[in-house]
Write a protein that binds this ligand. Structure first.
Ligand code: FAD
Ligand code: DHB
Length: 397
């Protein structure tokens, strides 16, 4: 077997999703070299349709770091959301309640902007790598082995960052005896569509209906994004376009309001899960984003949590290299796990409040949800609680 080609980099980042690409960009801006290893090709990473809501602090961070031009030109700033239940729609005014707001800007667009910045800085990720293996995280000289284009490599580094998502390999490099996972499954998923039609609402509508949850979101003034609660193993082939629109009409419809239909150009079913792996650091390996935690999408927190992780990691790595101060890195796991559990709380709360559940208590629980929502829209402090979480916990950077 030919020997592995040796490479070196201070920080090896596994995964070229939003977490990995953003960390790489932040480190580059702070003068810390790094290498991103991504198993897919570049086009695939840009085409994945995922999250759509950026929190207040996420937008501030992206803007500060030179990634805000298109976001501010094309993103949609929203001052609140609508909650709909029992045939009525109620506005939750974040700007009034907490003086913060959110932006609608697709994860795909964030990834495109990151790739453009990497191209401009001449720091592209290595795409199409395979057989990634993390080695030696217990010692002072970790490395990452991988193959690319038929050649085997080993990149020696000071730190490895696992930003390779839920199905990645980094988390598994932490020995099982030192790792604990916490999980919660749901007996539903979301059927999501993208359609060429102007959004039928100025802001997002989260609706509880007895037939299940529905969400009206958007990507631009001409593209709508809509979701329906469905069984987790639902076959998308059973959902021709008309059935999707009819069901959206039923769950979102109100007298005097019309849901505009249009050409559906993307559709799929996403299962839902809650997952946390602890700790988020083992020796020289740090986990960030979906590699460490997954939330159900109802609170729109997945992407924003990944951004928060890498913002703190950048700070820790800068302090390490510039001041030989490891306090932030040493506290990283504890700090981000505390944040993660708060985000899990909010996402679980939103999910339980807005989805229909099956089983012997379903009828009772549905009425409890209606009581909860009625109190929420009547109480300023309850609305402020939602607004504070939805617009996002502070991002330390
Ligand atoms: P990822 O985006 O998963 O990126 C990880 C990267 O690592 C990928 O590019 C992957 O190809 C790469 N990788 C994996 N394994 C390896 C390996 N062995 N070697 C090298 N590279 C590897 N959140 C919301 O808030 N709202 C939503 O509507 C929403 N919808 C979603 C829909 C889907 C189908 C999924 C999967 C997630 C969704 N999320 C949503 C969650 C949100 O998109 C994630 O939280 C976000 O992508 C996390 O970013 P990340 O960089 O940590 O992980
Ligand atoms: C979107 C996704 C979410 O999970 C959410 O809570 C709101 C909006 C979206 O894809 O637009």
């Amino acid at each position: 077997m030919p020997p592995r080609t040796s490479l070196t980099t201070p920080v090896a980042i596994i995964g070229g999703g939003p977490a990995g690409l953003l960390l790489s960009h932040l480190l580059h801006r702070s003068g810390i070299d790094n290498t991103v290893l991504e198993m897919r090709d570049r086009d695939y990473t840009v085409q994945r349709v995922r999250a759509g809501v950026l929190e207040h602090d996420s937008v501030e961070l992206l803007t500060e770091e030179g990634l805000g031009d298109r976001l501010h030109a094309e993103g949609l700033r929203h001052e609140g959301i609508y909650l709909q239940f029992a045939g009525q729609r109620h506005h939750i005014d974040f700007a009034d309640l907490v003086g913060r707001h959110v932006w609608i800007y697709g994860q795909q667009e964030v990834v495109k902007d990151l790739i453009a910045a990497h191209d401009a800085n001449n720091t592209p990720a290595r795409y199409g790598v395979s057989d990634v293996e993390v080695v030696g995280i217990d010692g002072d000289a970790p490395s990452v082995r991988f193959s690319q284009g038929g050649e085997d490599f080993e990149v020696a580094c000071d730190f490895v960052v696992g930003a390779d998502g839920f199905h990645g390999v980094s988390r598994l490099a932490i020995p099982e005896a030192r790792r604990t996972t916490f999980e919660r499954d749901y007996d539903f998923g979301w059927l999501g569509i993208l359609a060429h039609t102007p959004p039928s609402s100025d802001e997002l509508i989260y609706a509880l209906h007895e037939r299940g949850f529905a969400l009206l979101s958007m990507r631009s003034p001409t593209v709508s994004r809509l979701y329906l609660q469905v069984p987790p193993d639902e076959d998308i082939a059973d959902w021709p376009d008309d059935r999707i629109w009819d069901e959206l009409d039923t769950r979102l419809g109100l007298p005097g309001w019309t849901l505009e239909r249009g050409e559906i150009f993307d559709k799929g079913v996403t299962p839902m899960r809650s997952f946390v792996s602890t700790p988020m650091r083992d020796g020289r390996l740090f986990l960030a984003g979906d590699a460490a935690h997954i939330v159900p999408p109802t609170g729109a927190k997945g992407l924003n949590s990944a951004i928060a992780d890498v913002a703190l990691l950048r700070r820790g790595l800068v302090e390490h290299y510039q001041r030989q101060d490891d306090a932030t890195l040493d506290a990283y796991s504890e700090t981000q796990l505390s944040r993660t559990w708060q985000t899990q709380y909010f996402s679980t709360w939103m999910t339980r409040m807005l989805h229909t559940f099956t089983g012997p208590n379903a009828e009772f629980d549905h009425r409890v949800q209606l009581g909860q929502l009625a109190q929420l829209v009547d109480s300023r402090s309850a609305r402020a609680h939602l607004a504070e979480f939805y617009t996002g916990l502070p991002i330390t950077r």
